[in-house]
Write a protein that binds this ligand. Sequence first.
Ligand code: C5P
Length: 246
Amino acid sequence: MGQLLVALDVESGSRALELATELRGVAGGFKVGSRLFTTEGPDLVRRLVASGAPVFLDLKFHDIPNTVAQAVEAAVSTGVWMVDVHASGGVPMMQAAARAAADAAAREGRRRPIVIGVTVLTSMDDATLESIGVQRTLLEQVVTLARMAQDAGLDGVVASPQETAAIRAACGSDFSIVTPGIRGASAGTAKNDQSRTMGPADAIRAGASYIVVGRPIIAAADPRAAAAAIVEELGRLKAASTATSR
Ligand code: C5P
């Protein structure tokens, strides 16, 4: 499937479904976050899944292992393709999430969703980390949590473009890295509130498995054309790397 995931950060389920239809065949999948989910609930997720789109349910579960396992189970029953939990919830919590995904999928005869961990929120910096008692630098903390996620049986992590290469080096090629904060090149120049950004092809080159793009697509006058430009940029990268590996 395509590497471009579009963040459906919109106000209503009807607008989300409209965008999903408009972006069919261009977007590799769609991300549903807490705002849309809190407004529209699992019904919208089921409708998106029914439209044939891979859905990343980005609710960043963080609770005691039993509760997270039950939340992951509920996510599996909507048919999502990817779901995430906070890696700082610890190894037992992540193990419970991974186990719940596998068990629920087997029970329901569905494909097991990809379960990924959120390491350190991109809104945090070294000072915020220190204020909550973390002595490591931000990058050390990110890589430590990514390794923990991998040891706990998760399939990957969400990471900012600046962290992708270090995680790829620490966790190897089979680990999924989902990278938001995409700006520049075909993703346009408006940074919005993102500060540590990278262009689509650069993010993939740095080791991302998937990129998440929201406003450069959903707020564009022509969302399909905006998404197509990003897919083309990624296509050029693929063509160039195939040519050099020959
Ligand atoms: O509009 P934009 O391209 O900035 O959207 C990026 C999406 O990725 C948003 O849904 C945002 O919440 C999400 N995200 C992020 N940084 C993270 C994790 C998720 O920007 N570290």
